[in-house]
Design a protein around this ligand. Structure first.
Ligand code: MN
Length: 167
């Protein structure tokens, strides 16, 4: 092999290596979700599947009957089924996740989305399989109640989101 050929092979190998490294970095990046608010304590396994970190940010008081908090869902994590007697607004600040109202298809939610969960409707929300989710929640009219919890979202119910992704 001539020297120029060897040099070309070496250059090509170096390029491949560089590409692989970039790809790995991008894959890592895909998992990362930026935090704006404190992560808080891991939520109870009685209320969440996987690792979810709910953090209250603002409690209702005599002036504002509104509750605000943040939840970080690691990939694969989701809430149990639940209802909010006065409804709930979700503001997605980073990542990709799912929201499902019972009986309706799973909806993909991502950074920048704002979603209304109607009052007294069974629903769940959480991260996608590969990317975590940062979501702010706003609960108005807290005098009507905040949340009523039900059973966990099964793996079958959760993985129905894969079908939607493939479309
Ligand atoms: Mn909810």
């Amino acid at each position: 092999m001539k020297i120029t050929q060897i040099t070309l092979v070496m250059m090509f190998t170096a390029m491949l290596f560089a590409c692989n490294q970039t790809k790995e970095k991008m894959d890592d990046k895909k998992q990362e979700v930026e935090a704006i608010f404190p992560k808080g304590e891991k939520g109870s396994k009685d209320l969440f599947t996987g690792n979810a970190y709910p953090t209250p940010l603002l409690n209702a008081d005599s002036v504002y009957n509104t509750l605000i908090g943040n939840v970080y869902f690691e990939p694969g994590a989701r809430s149990n089924w639940h209802i909010h007697p006065s409804g709930q607004i979700l503001i997605i600040t980073d990542g990709v996740g799912y929201h499902q109202i019972e009986g309706k298809p799973i909806e993909i939610i991502k950074k920048g989305d704002v979603i209304k969960c109607p009052p007294n409707v069974r629903h769940w929300h959480g991260a996608s399989q590969d990317v975590g989710l940062q979501q702010l929640y706003v609960i108005p009219d807290t005098e009507k109640g905040i949340v009523k919890w039900y059973e966990a979202v099964t793996d079958d119910q959760y993985s129905a989101s894969n079908l939607k992704n493939e479309k």
